[in-house]
Design a protein around this ligand. Structure first.
Ligand code: GLU
Length: 452
């Protein structure tokens, strides 16, 4: 992976220089730029309007203070962010992440990626991301509630159903979205439930939204398998993480005759040769997540193997790897193990789970097909956009309706990515194809709207 177009090279170097100490952001920009070389070589008009120089600069970056009180009466202060990266094709849209390691670099890389991902969904949503360095681990419900209320008090003036629509991400699930919406409603004095997605069903949430990222990833996987004249039935899958996304993958894989045999947590990984596929097991995974526990209790409960302090990659008998936890969890060492174990499909699910070094290695390997997170996990935000549509029309769609639209969306994302790569003579390169296809729509909108 390299950037050869002189204009893109200049923009990349300037981005690095003017955003010091933001390695994740640099990484995301490098990865996208290295795919866009052929596009900029063919379209010099983009350089003339400094399109890429504009695309790497967020339209707006809001930072704020979040003060909250713990249950013992102690006061704490955290940082809060909302990065409205690109609004050319729709209201800003993207999740909120509450995690200790959240910083400018993480928020910006996520916002940048979101712009292309949201474009790929084919729906009118711009790119954004936000969050806080607040650590939800070990906090009581009351503490989470106070934190969310304080966070929304600082944020509410910058968002709205037609302005910017946050949702969940790591550390932000249904409970947090509920507290955030409650506070928004209290402050605005109006029923604007399209302001957030991932809501509970009783106040405007969409059916299938909790499952959407995982289901979407499996629908996308099925398209890749179809392209390879292969099928999902009988496949063994390794995932990392045991959050909402992994749970959705486990559920859909089980429905389609495949099984997830590995999952991991911060404490190590679990190997369940029978698959994490029964209702009891799937519900237990949800329970684990709610309690912020580690994954070892699963192994104890269901009598299977637990390996402490290790990642689930490179074990025998796995056909498909789906890293679903967090950024840069797969480095070159993990990638080498994955290839050597004979895995045929590497589907990124978490946002940017692969270091650029590992990604370059995997993409160069002929024995493995690599698909990028901005395409594979787009079903989550895609169904968020369907939730916005339902909120706008004040209607509720059936589970079948939402699921059918999600499936159609994922089939189309795979199709447009494969076609974009083909158009630029890159063969079946899903990474470059997703970047190019996502870029095209945003580039067209920005060009037509003039320079700002
Ligand atoms: N956080 C998810 C993502 O990375 C979902 C965002 C949303 O639904 O707005 O795409």
């Amino acid at each position: 992976m390299e950037i050869t177009n002189p204009y893109l090279k200049r923009v990349y170097e300037k981005t690095v220089a003017s955003n010091p100490q933001q390695p994740e952001f640099h990484q995301a920009v490098f990865e996208v730029f290295s795919s866009l070389d052929p596009v900029f070589n063919r379209h010099p008009e983009y350089e003339a309007i400094d399109l890429m120089g504009r695309m790497v600069e967020p339209e707006r970056m809001i930072t704020f203070r979040v003060c909250w009180q713990d249950d013992r009466g102690g006061w704490h202060t955290n940082k809060g962010w909302r990065c409205q990266f690109n609004g050319a094709i729709g209201p800003f849209k993207g999740g909120l992440r509450f995690q200790k390691n959240v910083c400018d670099s993480v928020i910006k890389f996520l916002g940048f990626e979101q712009t292309f991902k949201n474009s790929l969904t084919g729906l009118p949503i711009g790119g954004a991301k936000g969050g806080s360095d607040f650590d939800p681990e070990g906090k009581s419900d009351a503490e989470i509630q106070r934190f969310c209320q304080s966070f929304m008090t600082a944020l509410y003036r910058f968002i709205g159903p037609d302005v910017d629509v946050p949702a969940g991400d790591i550390g932000v699930g249904g409970r947090e979205i509920g507290f955030l919406y409650g506070q928004y409603r209290r402050l605005k004095g109006a029923w604007e439930n399209g302001v957030l997605t991932g809501k509970g069903l009783s106040y405007g949430g969409s059916l299938i939204r909790p499952e959407a990222t995982g289901y979407g990833a499996v629908y996308y996987l099925c398209e890749v398998l179809k392209h390879e004249n292969d099928t999902i039935a009988g496949k063994n899958i390794a995932v990392s993480g045991y959050g909402n996304v992994s749970w959705g993958i486990m559920k859909k894989a089980a429905q389609l005759g495949a099984k997830v045999t590995y999952m991991s947590g911060r404490d190590g990984y679990v190997y369940d040769p029978d698959g994490i596929n029964t209702e009891e097991k799937l519900n237990y995974v949800l329970e684990l997540r709610e309690k912020h526990l580690h994954c070892k209790p699963y192994a104890e409960k269901f009598g299977c193997k637990f390996v402490p302090n290790a990642k689930p990659w490179g074990e025998p008998g796995v056909d498909i790897c789906m890293p679903s936890a967090t950024q840069n969890e797969v480095d070159l060492e993990c990638a080498t193990k994955i290839v050597n174990s004979g895995v045929k499909y590497y589907m990124e699910v978490a946002n940017m789970p692969t270091t650029n070094e590992a990604l370059a290695y995997l993409r160069a390997e002929k024995s493995i097909i690599v698909a990028p997170s901005k395409a594979v996990n787009a079903g989550g935000v895609g169904v968020s956009a369907l939730e916005m549509a339902q909120n706008s029309e004040r209607l509720v769609w059936t589970e079948e309706e939402v699921d059918a639209q999600l499936k159609k969306m994922m089939i189309n994302i795979h199709k447009v990515s494969a076609e974009a790569a083909e158009e630029y003579g890159l063969g079946y390169d899903l990474v470059a194809g997703a970047n190019i296809a996502g870029f095209k729509k945003v580039a067209e909108a920005m060009t037509e709207q003039g320079c700002f």
